[in-house]
Design a protein around this ligand. Structure first.
Ligand SMILES: Cc1cc2nc3c(=O)[nH]c(=O)nc-3n(C[C@H](O)[C@H](O)[C@H](O)COP(=O)(O)O)c2cc1C
Length: 243
């Protein structure tokens, strides 16, 4: 039983797909390996080892309701290989989308189903997680808060001899609990997916999302986009661009 987790993000680091792939990796049994396919240069390296595996788990972002082009390169190479060798796989997909509704990934799952038909492999199902960016941010906030809390514990301890301050503990717990609530559904669905992968059984298609009110998500996302646009090109970005 050998599972290959394929991280389909185009990002070098701090990707939502990396976050979800690492979670799956923790709970998968048997031999497992995680690889990244950021561009077509990564494809030969993956194709060199892919035949050793019986299950493939694509963990990818959703791009324009579909498969990112970097992952498409791998799928094309795989289609060619499977036709030549007759090798088959069990294929699972975890797709995270920027929008809050996990159902945004529905069209992408159809692409994978067709892909599996094409390579005579078994389409075992997918999990669509909405609000992937937001969940990834909660992960970063968690690590940042841990560092700040440790620093404050240390500072209060050294300066005042108060190693466990109630204020700092409360601050830290409030961040941890909030992050856990946001991620709770995604964690539960990913655990269930790991169960299916571990038993090499059908998972079906399931959708979940960041556990946050949609109106709050929209407000936070809009605020985020305004801030990002201020630092990356400003409010008037593109206004003078010549075609
Ligand atoms: C080119 C591009 C297209 C995207 N298209 C969609 C989309 O159609 N629907 C959606 O919900 N999110 C879309 N997103 C957002 C990504 O799915 C989201 O940011 C995801 O969390 C990125 O995952 P990663 O960090 O693993 O790369 C798009 C992002 C990019 C860069």
């Amino acid at each position: 039983m050998k599972t290959l987790l394929i991280n389909g993000t185009t990002k070098q680091s701090n990707s939502a797909s990396g976050y979800f792939a690492r979670f799956l990796y923790l709970f998968l049994k048997g031999e497992k390996k995680m690889v990244k396919v950021r561009n077509k240069l990564d494809v030969p390296r993956i194709m060199n080892v892919i035949d050793e595996y019986d299950a493939l788990v694509f963990v990818t972002p959703l791009y324009c309701d579909g498969v990112p082009s970097n992952v498409l390169y791998l799928m094309q190479a795989l289609e060619k290989r499977c036709k030549e060798t007759g090798k088959t796989f069990k294929v699972y997909v975890l797709c995270n989308s920027g929008f809050i509704e996990g159902r945004q990934s529905e069209a992408l799952f159809k692409v994978y189903k067709n892909f599996c038909d094409r390579i005579s492999s078994e389409w075992c199902g997918g999990l669509g997680i909405g609000g992937g960016v937001m969940l990834n941010v909660t992960k970063m906030v968690f690590f940042f808060a841990t560092l700040v809390a440790l620093g404050l514990f240390l500072y209060n301890g050294v300066k005042y001899g108060l190693w466990v301050s109630n204020d700092v503990t409360l601050f830290y717990l409030s961040i941890v609990v909030t992050a856990l609530i946001f991620n709770a559904a995604a964690f539960a669905y990913m655990l269930s997916m790991c169960g299916s992968i571990n038993h090499r059984r059908q998972h079906g298609i399931r959708f979940t999302r960041a556990l946050v009110f949609a109106w709050l998500f929209a407000l936070v996302a809009d605020a985020g986009f305004v801030i990002v646009s201020m630092f990356r090109g400003g409010f008037w970005r593109g206004i003078n661009r010549k075609l």
